[in-house]
Design a protein around this ligand. Structure first.
Ligand SMILES: *Cc1c(COP(=O)(O)O)cnc(C)c1O
Length: 497
């Protein structure tokens, strides 16, 4: 299996190369040259297997340049009960009306980013051994919250790597900040930036393209790399939980093999829902892929009209991990829907860069409406959904997952489709405790985060997960705040170069 680029379909690289490089030289995203299939026998065979075995089966079809021993090492090191609070890795909770909540937040940072970032360090160090053996890999991350912490937990104390995370000083939730500034590990660094998320992201990009930094690091045998969501090594692990969940529903006799399911995903950068599309292409019987957005509904409009237009108001919402106007992974979907037409992709994404807008052709519009349903909801509707689900079913949703459930309820009311439906739940509610408390209780809130959380625990009879509770008594290790032009110096100082 080789990988091409969305902007150069004649490119052929191995998965190890794609994972180490992250982004192709001409700015495209790496895509598999064909999508491997899972036969009926293979899917039925997965029903009685563990998550590790299911992961091994899916990875072995995509990462064909990894040896069986290497793959086994990667999946066993990542998906175990030291890193996750359940051996099932992803849990399924059944709600009324054919809804299956796929809980993707049982990892060390309580958000779905763990599903990929627990294994990425192993995929990356194994890939580096094959392509750039002996080099030290220095990971740089700009984060608006969830990715930074998940990457820190994934890379902490992984030999041959180090990681630097930059976050906007006032742009993350109190819990997210606590999680990052108390991070343990010898090879980690965390720094706040005076500015917003875009400043962090631009600062990291500037370091990647700074020749003097690159030369200095190269002389010391250090290679910069990124852990962001366009890396194939983050996307491939996300396909697994959709395959695994289908197998599990068959095993639990909730469905029979061949029954179609809907999949609903609260969407930001389009990575998680793209993984569900890949699962469908592999042979998982999927009816509709349902793309759920908050008030930043650029994807809702795109799927419904074929026009992508980022020239619009940016809303700061209570589901901040979906506050995004450029969904990078959409480029991969369009590459497949145009039958790998790199010329069209260059045209459209060139237009996105220059004018912030592009329109796809009728053929792609038709395919989009066949495959997808898209909807959105605002903060008030999100809170109302959290309250309703809690009151009716005593199940506490986080703000992102609630967007998904609300959009699904709208879809069902509109279409009458009663196909059984998997809803991706992307964060534990305690990660966004303030908005969740406000949704179920309203009224006045204590300023102190842990006081608020103990109220939420009492009033909902639920428990804060152990890794979040543990941050309360951990020492703050990282207090640095820098101007954005000093980020390069922070990286060089940390790497001691
Ligand atoms: C990152 C994130 C999302 C969005 O996922 P994409 O793959 O970017 O679409 C949704 N919810 C939470 C909690 C997240 O951290």
């Amino acid at each position: 299996m080789n990988y091409a680029s969305t902007r150069n379909s004649s490119l052929k690289v191995t998965s190890a190369h794609a994972i180490v490089k992250g982004l192709s030289d001409e700015g495209g995203l790496y895509v598999p040259e064909s999508i491997p299939k899972l036969s009926k026998e293979e899917i039925l065979g997965l029903c009685d297997k563990s998550y590790v075995e299911r992961a091994y089966t899916v990875f072995s079809k995509f990462l064909t340049d990894f040896t069986p021993e290497e793959l086994r090492h990667c999946v066993e090191s990542a998906y175990n009960d030291k890193n996750f609070d359940t051996n099932n890795i992803a849990e399924i909770t059944k709600l009324n009306g054919g809804k299956y909540i796929l809980e993707l937040w049982h990892g060390p940072t309580c958000a779905f980013k763990d599903m990929a970032l627990q294994i990425l360090p192993y995929l990356l160090t194994t890939s580096a051994k094959k392509t750039v053996d002996g080099k030290h890999i220095a990971i740089l991350v700009a984060t608006s919250g969830d990715t930074g912490k998940a990457a820190l937990e994934g890379f902490k104390d992984v030999a041959g790597t180090s990681i630097s995370v930059f976050y906007p000083e006032d742009g993350v939730s109190p819990m997210q900040k606590r999680q990052m500034t108390t991070q343990e590990g010898k090879n980690v660094n965390v720094c706040a930036v005076k500015g917003n998320f875009d400043d962090c992201q631009n600062g990291v990009k500037a370091i990647f393209t700074d020749k003097s930094i690159e030369d200095k690091l190269a002389a010391n045998n250090v290679l910069l790399s990124s852990a962001n969501s366009i890396n194939w090594g983050r996307l491939a692990p996300q396909i697994i939980y959709y395959v695994s969940t289908y197998a599990q529903l068959v095993k639990n006799k909730e469905i029979e093999y061949g029954d179609k399911v809907n999949i609903v995903v609260p969407t930001g950068n389009f990575g998680n829902i793209l993984a569900a599309y890949y699962a469908k292409l592999m042979g998982i019987p999927v009816n509709k892929l349902i793309c759920a957005s908050n008030s930043n509904n650029v994807l809702t409009d795109f799927i419904n009209t074929g026009v992508y237009d980022r020239n619009r108001h940016f809303y700061t919402t209570i589901s901040p991990s979906m506050d995004i106007l450029i969904s990078s992974n959409l480029e991969r979907l369009l590459y497949h829907l145009t039958d790998e037409n790199d010329k069209l992709i260059n045209e459209w994404f060139g237009a996105l860069k220059t004018s912030g807008k592009y329109e796809v052709n009728d053929e792609v519009k038709n395919k989009l409406s066949e495959l997808f349903y898209a909807g959105c909801c605002n903060d008030d509707e999100t809170k109302a959904e959290i309250r309703k689900t809690f009151e009716e079913e005593h199940y506490l949703l986080d703000t992102h997952s609630a967007v998904a459930v609300k959009v699904y309820d709208d879809y069902k009311a509109k279409t009458g489709d009663d196909t059984k439906t998997i809803i991706a739940s992307t964060a534990n509610p305690y990660k966004f405790g303030r908005a969740v408390y406000d949704a179920v209780n309203g009224g006045k809130q204590p300023d102190d985060e842990f006081e608020l959380i103990s109220l939420l625990e009492k009033e909902t009879d639920t428990k804060m997960p152990v890794p979040l509770a543990a941050t309360k008594n951990k020492a703050v290790r990282f207090t640095g705040v820098v101007d954005k032009q000093d980020m390069g110096k922070v990286v060089l100082d940390f790497l001691n170069k």
